[in-house]
Design a protein around this ligand. Structure first.
Ligand SMILES: Nc1ncnc2c1ncn2[C@@H]1O[C@H](COP(=O)(O)OP(=O)(O)O)[C@@H](O)[C@H]1O
Ligand SMILES: Cc1cn([C@H]2C[C@H](O)[C@@H](COP(=O)(O)OP(=O)(O)O)O2)c(=O)[nH]c1=O
Length: 210
């Protein structure tokens, strides 16, 4: 097992589709590994063999909103049991592309899932457990949509949503960040990748390597 000088941390990346999380996740993982830290890079929905099968269904199959929310949390339950918690217990850091804040933003704010049902699922699946740091990539949906279109990839069920949906998702993320300011860092995602990378490096350095 790789020994690290620091308590293992759980870091999540959030934001609307096309915010620019993917390349920044790779940069953060490289930064941590350069410090000799063992890192597990993962994503939601997904991160386990079962979770990846659920992801495929979630991204492509139309379904009832509550089915969608419960499947997100089912995949998350498996992810915690099989991947996130064992890694943290073994001393490895975990960097995940999305976690429960995404269910709050997309299913509650975006689609209108009752907030008490979200709260119940969150309490059930990870009572008292939250990421140590959540990097929220914030930008206008029109800018994000232009980026998604620019990739040339076929859009999934979420990426095909209209801009007003992403306005609600964005507002949901910001509301959740305002309720847990010590956990969240809101990143202005309209800036060039290099500026964002430098900000993330500074945040992690300040928190854990100062
Ligand atoms: N800071 C940025 N400025 C401009 N374009 C970006 C930036 N970050 C990423 N992109 C581009 O936007 C698209 C979506 O980025 P991606 O990292 O896949 O977003 P996400 O993972 O958040 O959906 C990609 O084509 C990527 O090259
Ligand atoms: C984790 C999670 C994701 N999602 C959505 C957001 C994204 O549109 C989609 C998949 O996320 P993501 O992996 O970020 O997609 P991509 O890499 O193609 O940008 O799932 C939810 O609606 N609720 C959730 O709880």
């Amino acid at each position: 097992m790789t020994q690290t000088a620091h308590a293992p941390r759980f870091i999540t990346f959030e934001g609307i589709d096309g915010a620019g999380k993917s390349s920044q996740i790779a940069a953060l993982v490289a930064l941590l590994e350069a410090r000799g830290i063992a890192v597990e890079q993962t994503r939601e929905p997904g991160g386990t063999p079962l979770g990846e099968r659920l992801r495929d269904v979630l991204l492509h199959e139309p379904m009832h909103l509550e089915t969608e929310a419960m499947l997100m949390f089912a995949a998350r339950r498996e992810h915690l049991a099989a991947r996130i918690l064992p890694a943290l217990e073994a001393g490895r850091w975990v960097v995940s592309d999305r976690f429960s804040d995404a269910t709050y933003a997309y299913q509650v704010s975006g689609r209108g899932l009752a907030e008490d049902k979200f709260d119940a699922l969150e309490r059930w699946v990870h009572p008292g457990f939250q990421p140590d740091l959540t990097l929220l990539f914030d930008l206008a949906p029109a800018v994000a949509a232009a980026r998604v279109a620019g990739t040339g990839n076929a859009p999934d069920r979420f990426e095909r949503e209209r801009q007003d949906f992403f306005e609600r998702v964005r507002a949901g993320y910001l509301a959740r960040a305002a309720r847990a300011p010590e956990r969240f860092r809101v990143i202005d995602a309209t800036r060039p990748p290099e500026a964002i990378r430098a900000e993330i490096e500074a945040v992690v350095r300040e928190r854990w390597f100062a």
